[in-house]
Write a new protein. Structure first.
Length: 265
């Protein structure tokens, strides 16, 4: 029996990255797509709470079983797909977000709609993967190598049960297959860019700011996603949404609640 895969993204349902996944995965899996109706990059893990969330089923695309587009965020797409759109028989065995146009590395994943989309899947108890292409190009053929890698990865991981609350964040260099130097399991780096804003004045004399920033360098031997990408390798980083610093809890309790009592009031 074919497994069910739910695809979503933050670049929109017509983006070439999600198209590449539909085309390569549809022969071997039941592929369902619920994605934003437009680009929602850098949406983070936001949800639509105060306006109606509209959903429209569209003609199946590129071999997918069924496709829907929504007015919501990437997180909305996965949440509403699992809880309202897909039938019991269509529930996903795996959620894949992407392929994003552009990398999602280091602490910048906190802003990423692509990563948040996969995290929403993990929060619902579904194995989930976020995948991104580190390239400035976005034509259909530019995503081919990345899509082929994801298809091979799924075969390699078939039967493997990932830890709960965990997703795989995958970044793939925008290179020809023969130029990719390998695969590395990595940790998150710091930031891709420094925080810098350029102050400018528009033709009407009004001030505005444009986010800029310079690339941050990391040691070449660092086992981070950022350093690995600069070596032309595919980076696979297991990340979790469980942000509790458990090893710090007892120290904090000792500091704030001497003798086990936090009776401040």
């Amino acid at each position: 029996m074919k497994k069910n895969i739910l695809l979503s993204n933050d670049d929109g349902i017509l983006a070439n990255g999600i198209r590449a996944l539909m085309e390569i995965l549809s022969p071997d899996y039941n592929v369902y797509v619920v994605a934003p109706d437009r680009e929602r990059s850098a949406a983070g893990h936001s949800l639509t709470l105060h306006t109606p969330l509209r959903v429209e089923e569209v003609d199946p695309l590129y071999g997918a079983k069924r496709c829907w587009m929504t007015t919501g965020t990437p997180g909305d797409c996965v949440k509403i797909a699992v809880n309202a759109i897909l039938s019991p028989e269509e529930q996903p065995d795996l959620v894949i977000s992407g392929i994003n146009h552009g990398p999602n590395l280091g602490a910048d994943i906190l802003y990423s709609g692509t990563v948040s989309c996969a995290i929403e899947g993990a929060m619902l108890g579904i194995p989930s993967i976020a995948t991104s292409l580190a390239s400035l190009h976005s034509e259909p053929e530019d995503f081919k190598v990345a899509a082929e890698f994801i298809a091979k990865l799924l075969k390699q991981l078939d039967g493997y049960k990932a830890p709960e609350k965990t997703i795989l964040n995958i970044n793939i260099p925008g290179l020809e297959k023969e130029d990719i130097a390998g695969v590395a399991i990595t940790e998150l780096g710091r930031r891709m860019f420094t925080d810098t804003y350029e102050k400018r004045v528009d033709p009407r004399g009004k001030t505005y700011y444009w986010m800029a920033g310079e690339l941050i360098t990391e040691p070449e031997d660092a086992n981070t996603d950022i350093a690995t990408m600069r070596k032309n390798k595919i980076s696979i980083t297991p990340i979790t949404f469980d942000m509790t610093r458990k090893n710090f809890m007892s120290e904090l309790e000792s500091e704030l609640c001497d003798s086990g009592k936090c009776a401040w009031f």
